[in-house]
Structure formats: structure tokens, C-alpha cells
Write a protein that binds this ligand. Sequence first.
Ligand SMILES: Cc1cc2nc3c(=O)[nH]c(=O)nc-3n(C[C@H](O)[C@H](O)[C@H](O)COP(=O)(O)O)c2cc1C
Ligand code: SF4
Ligand code: SF4
Length: 271
Amino acid sequence: MKTQNLSLVYFSPTSTTGIVLEEIARGLGQESPKIFDITRPDIRNQVAPVFNNEVVLIGAPVYSGRVAKDAAAYFKTLKGSGSLAIVVVVYGNREFDDALLELKNIAVDSGFGVLAGGAFIGEHSFSDTEILIAPNRPDEADLEKAFLFGQQIAGVLEGLETPADVSGVEVPGNFPYKEGMGDGAFAFIDVTEDCDDCGICVAACPKEAIDEADHYSTIDERCIFCCACIKACPQQARIMKEGPMKDKAKWLSENCAQRKEPQTYLGLVNT
Ligand SMILES: Cc1cc2nc3c(=O)[nH]c(=O)nc-3n(C[C@H](O)[C@H](O)[C@H](O)COP(=O)(O)O)c2cc1C
Ligand code: SF4
Ligand code: SF4
């Protein structure tokens, strides 16, 4: 089967998911795939694309052991029409729990045959220069694995006559899924006087949760704690305030320091 029509669909507030997917695409021999980066809210509000006999890489970060909610909601509106999907979750070196199984099931329900799945590691959203959680991941070794995964998939695709020849991939996870993130809002960001009103955090926020006219205020009910604004701020003026979120970051830094490695799963091909 030819892989000319490769598309990437991903949600990636702090960019690690996007980086991993683009490396898998390179392994697949695709330097310029079609990219649907759904991180920005305006993109998620547009009608989702319909795929026809294509290969689609679908990726999202793991939030509390599940697919990030905004990504899951969007992926449920995709139309696979018998296309093949490769599902990828990226997590911050704690666990990916039920997220990969959830993403695979969403893809199947949206009309894709799922050819392969992967769980990769990215720097944790809560990691900063002092509290380190999987810093600088994906690193070179992770990207090499992502590239090899792409090459492996290309090999499987070459032997396929039609997408229907794939009988699906087994991935770890439990159903019913773990509970995941609650909807409770709380303030976890402080803005210091180093803020120079550049507005970069507003553009980085996937939830339109920062007031364009007042960069000091965050709309807590919209915030998903993704930390994109904190990581994007060139003045380091947006910071995590002392409290439960920072305590969680410290806990993760101390208890999830042992390096985890990417896991990949390939589907069976009917002969
Ligand atoms: C609210 C929230 C919950 C998270 N939950 C988990 C988790 O359950 N397990 C884990 O290992 N990492 C978790 N992470 C870390 C992200 O999965 C990880 O940093 C990922 O690389 C972020 O992807 P992105 O760079 O594409 O945004 C969480 C991050 C956030 C913001
Ligand atoms: S990115 Fe930082 S400096 Fe720029 S407006 Fe936001 S908080 Fe202020
Ligand atoms: S305000 Fe909240 S949702 Fe927006 S970028 Fe910051 S942490 Fe993410």
C-alpha cells in the first residue's frame, strides 16, 4: 500500500507530541505530511477532516492517565472511512495508564483500522528549571525510536494490499478507563512583575484562558493546566504558584525520576 497521503492530527500544548509524530512521519519516509495541529481552539472549532484510504497519525498527551479531553473530543469527530490510523500518546514519565487504549478505541469508533500504537515520553508539562520531570524529552534516543517505529510501520504498509487487511493492534490499558481529570477549576498560576505584556502566553494558550487585555489574569474555569503559557513566557514571568499543583510537580520529580522508555505495538496483517 502506498503511503503518499500521510496526515498527522495532534494536540500538543507544549510541543512534545508534535515532535514525536513528526519523527515517526520521517521514519515513514514522509518529510512533508499534511498536518492538522488542533492545539489552537480556532482549529478545533472547524469541521474535522474526512480521510479516505489514507494513513493518519493521531497523537495526544496523557492527562491523568487518559487522552487529554479536548483532543479526545475532537478525535471523536474525525471520519476515518476505512483509513488506517497509528495512535500515539505522549506522557511525562509517570504512566500512560489507559490513554493508549482509549485513543485506539476512539480511532476505531471514528472509522479507522488501527495499524499500530505507541507510548512515548515527553518532558512533563509541570517540569521547569528547578523541578525536573523527564527534562528535555523526547531526546535523541527517543527520536531514534520514533524514527524506527515509522520505518517498521512503512515495512508493514508495503506488504498490505488494502487497509482492510489489518486486523488491529493490541495495546495495554483497562476498560472501564480510570477516572481521569476532574472539571474543578483552581488558580495555579502567578504572574510576576517581570511581565512585559508581550502577549506570547495568550497565543500559546489552547483554551483562550488568558485575558488579551490583562495578561495577569487567567480564566481558571477554562484552564486545563497544560503549562503551555508558562513554558512559552520569554520573561519567565508566568510561574506555578505554591500549592497543590506545585506539590504534585515536586512529588513527580522525586518519584518518577527513573527513566521510562517508549513502547510500540504493531498490528497483525491478515494473510
Ligand atoms: C493536567 C496534566 C496531567 C498529566 N497527566 C499525566 C499522567 O497521567 N502521566 C504522565 O506520565 N504524564 C502526565 N502529564 C504530562 C504530559 O503527558 C506530558 O508532559 C506530555 O509530554 C505533554 O504533551 P505536549 O508537550 O504535547 O503538550 C500530564 C500533564 C498535564 C498538563
Ligand atoms: S508571555 Fe510572559 S511576559 Fe509575555 S505577556 Fe505573557 S506573562 Fe507577560
Ligand atoms: S492558561 Fe491554562 S490552559 Fe492556558 S496555556 Fe496556561 S496552563 Fe494552559
